[in-house]
Design a protein. Structure first.
Length: 496
């Protein structure tokens, strides 16, 4: 084993691993396994590069606090770098990203300020900008920082070409978040391996690049606007709700040859396949990138060499006893930081909201109304849902625990984006249910309601009565507190 002066010297030089069991016969499919970085993700490279570039330029002063908005991996990489170099770090993260990430950040000494999930990635960044401007902190600006792309041009791309030992690379496949990996590696490949196709994967229900719609302009304050094609999706760290300047530059420079849409279900399936068939523990974004790489591999000529990026480790998605004493919610110090600027605060009182006003009458949509009526009449148990929604997943967990067969109409899925049918169904449901919220569950043609109403109906036994009357089988002896099925970040608020 080599000997290093500090942990930062171990960043990079990650292995290129052949996926022999998952690849089509005759195609050489390799994964660049970035979990071998010391903090388990590709973002370690960028974290070190951004901090050292700021040190060289004088933008980061000794002892100055560093702040960044991140879904987790960038923050964890920054926490390692800042811990070693002696900079305080504040990470701004939406409340719906995995609890494991925020606990690991705190374990590494960072402070974590949460923002409401409804404000998405743009809200995270806006809060980070507020904090930086108010307190004089150094903001990394990973989505536009040139050092983010340069480190991948100088290291990641060169490692891939070196490890192929002169074999031609037909395709390189990646997802995108900040765009640093995409722009940096693609720039080097265009120069050193011009025959390589650069393939970009993105969520099928959030086609920011595939839609062809330009990214809305950035505000004067440097805050990005949400892209109209964005929908929440299952690939954490991928595709924020805007197309970053680094991604825009990669597209404008002609570095992207193809965009491949990937479903969340396929991403999760292939993440599991990576583990159980190849022995590689990767995150959901790695499974999604592999899905796109397999689509390319299936139509590639025999003997082709294809490389896909696996950005992080699957352990980033687990809860373990190691972090049992690390808090999940903001500490008093973190709440004070949140209150130090006015916007995007997460510590608003958890009051019970007033009942929503009755939905306004909408113009008749015959197709949408017919679809709803026919589906409710045909299916014994039907749930009108969203693929990404955690309340929908909570209801799915209850139905699965009770062994209840059901039909899910996922209004944000790709099939329902045709002719905007999913969006057109929602006002029809609102008029029928008296509520705009999703999910809405029907049993035997009768409305049960949304997540809370379904849980209440299970507690008081009326759900079981309706199921029996409709002839729907279910497990009667299950002892279950349905509130335990809610997302962890919501449960403290529900108990308040």
């Amino acid at each position: 084993m080599a000997r290093y002066d500090d942990i930062l010297a171990t960043i990079g030089d990650t292995p290129l691993v052949r996926l022999d069991r998952l690849a089509p016969s005759g195609v050489h499919l390799y994964a660049k396994v970035e979990a071998f970085n010391p903090m388990g993700s590709v973002k370690d490279r960028m974290a070190l590069a951004v901090i050292e570039a700021a040190e060289r330029s004088g933008a980061l002063r000794p002892g100055q606090t560093v702040v960044e908005a991140t879904s987790g991996n960038t923050g964890i990489g920054l926490a390692m770098v800042c811990a070693r170099k002696g900079y305080p770090l504040v990470v701004v993260m939406a409340e719906n990203f995995s609890v494991e990430r925020r606990r690991l950040l705190r374990f590494l000494g960072a402070r974590v300020v949460l923002t409401p999930a409804s404000e998405k990635g743009t809200g995270m960044l806006a809060k980070a900008i507020e904090l930086a401007e108010t307190h004089g902190w150094f903001l990394c600006r990973q989505f536009e920082n040139a050092a983010n792309a340069e480190v991948h041009e100088q290291t990641t791309a060169r490692e891939i070409l070196r490890d192929l030992a002169g074999e031609p690379l037909q395709a390189w496949v990646t997802g995108f978040g900040t765009g640093g990996t995409l722009k940096g590696v693609a720039t080097a490949l265009r120069r050193e391996s011009p025959g390589t196709r650069v393939v970009v994967a993105e969520p099928d229900n959030a086609p920011l690049l595939g839609s062809g719609i330009p990214q809305p302009a950035t505000s004067a304050a440097g805050v990005y606007s949400s892209h109209p094609s964005f929908r929440p999706h299952l690939m954490q760290g991928w595709s924020p709700d805007f197309v970053s300047p680094l991604v825009q530059a990669a597209v404008a420079e002609g570095l992207v040859d193809e965009v491949v849409p990937v479903s969340g279900a396929e991403a999760m399936r292939l993440t599991r396949q990576l583990a159980c068939r190849e022995g590689i523990l990767a995150g959901t974004s790695g499974g999604a990138t592999l899905a796109a790489a397999l689509a390319v591999a299936r139509r590639a000529p025999a003997g082709s060499h294809i490389v896909c990026m696996l950005p992080d480790t699957g352990e980033r998605y687990l809860s373990t006893p190691l972090f049992a004493d690390i808090p999940e919610t903001m500490t008093e110090e973190e709440l004070a930081l949140s209150r130090s600027t006015p916007g995007f605060r997460f510590d608003a009182p958890a009051d019970v909201p007033a009942p929503a006003p009755a939905p306004a009458a909408a113009a008749t949509d015959v197709e949408a109304e017919r679809f709803v009526a026919e589906t409710v009449a045909r299916e014994p148990v039907v749930m009108f849902a969203l693929e990404w929604c955690e309340f929908c997943w909570s209801v799915r967990r209850l139905l699965a625990a009770l062994g209840i067969p059901y039909h899910s109409v996922d209004l944000d899925s790709v099939p329902f984006q045709e002719n905007d049918l999913g969006s057109r169904i929602r006002p029809v449901l609102a008029a029928r249910c008296g509520a705009r919220t999703i999910p809405q569950v029907f049993v035997g043609g009768e409305l049960v309601g949304g997540c809370t109403e379904v849980f209440d109906a299970y507690r008081d036994g009326s759900l079981q009565t309706r199921l029996a009357a409709a002839g729907v089988p279910f497990e009667a002896g299950v002892a279950l507190d349905p509130q335990s099925l809610l997302p962890g970040w919501l449960q403290p608020r529900m108990r308040a």
